[in-house]
Design a protein around this ligand. Structure first.
Ligand code: ADP
Length: 227
């Protein structure tokens, strides 16, 4: 892909709270390039979740444009946004949100089956991904039989199952002990480099943020680079 995996151009997002208007994003710009991992660091309430929701096409901006893989989305209807989200964007949250009744393999297959891939192909791709993430021996285990770090690696495999160009993560290592967080983080950034994915990762972990390609924060409604 020649252009950015994600581009925000003059994005506005505001909420009404009683009589007051909260301007969370006010002309926010951001370009995220393939193969880049970018840390989003900002205090609670600054608008990290808002930014991830707008970038992930879960919320519409009140102004400006969000381009995913070069495609402008502002004028799209909900169906088109959902279709784009399913194929181009992967999400990882602080909690793994895996389906408890399904094995690790099945959890990674689900988004591919929803997209319409034949079962055999989905299983093959899922096995490859899980093996790559060091879970080759854990494929038939259910989430409850996996450690926190393993669960989160399955969630990462599921997020990239449809080979999205963009990965959005909200505190993906927030529930893990430091050593496990380190391992899961290594898995995530390794995957970004190996696949040319672009990742925007909200985190409070300054140590991990320091090892990403870029760090950004939200200040007065705009996105600014930090050292
Ligand atoms: P962060 O993820 O950085 O903690 P958020 O994006 O969740 O910040 O929230 C930013 C601000 O916007 C907060 O003050 C929050 O209360 C407000 N906010 C978020 N979502 C809504 C909403 N749906 N309606 C009203 N206010 C909201």
């Amino acid at each position: 892909m020649a252009g950015p995996a994600l581009a925000l151009a003059k994005v506005d997002r505001r909420y009404l709270q009683g009589q007051a208007t909260l301007d969370i994003l006010r002309g926010a710009d951001l370009d995220l390039w393939p193969g880049q991992s970018v840390a989003l660091i900002a205090p609670s309430g600054a608008g990290k979740s808002t930014l991830l929701h707008v970038a992930g096409l879960l919320e519409k901006p009140d102004g400006g444009e969000v381009l995913v893989g070069g495609e402008p989305t502002a004028a799209m209807d909900d169906a088109a946004r959902t279709a784009l989200r399913r194929t181009r964007i992967g999400f990882v949250y602080q909690a793994h949100h895996l389906l408890a009744e399904f094995t690790a393999l099945e959890n990674v297959m689900v988004p591919q089956l929803i997209r319409g891939l034949p079962r055999q192909q989905a299983a093959e791709r899922s096995r490859e991904l899980l093996a790559y993430l060091g879970l080759g021996e854990r494929m038939t285990h259910r989430p409850a039989e996996l450690s926190g770090g393993e669960q989160q690696r399955v969630a990462i495999a599921r997020a990239v199952a449809n080979a999205p160009g963009l990965l959005l993560a909200d505190e993906p290592t927030g529930n893990l002990d430091p050593r496990t967080a380190e391992h899961v983080f290594g898995t995530l950034t390794g995957l970004v480099k190996a696949t040319g994915l672009a990742a925007l990762i909200a985190t409070h972990n300054l140590d991990l943020a320091g090892r990403m390609d870029r760090r950004v924060t939200i200040r007065d409604g705009v996105i600014v680079e930090v050292a």
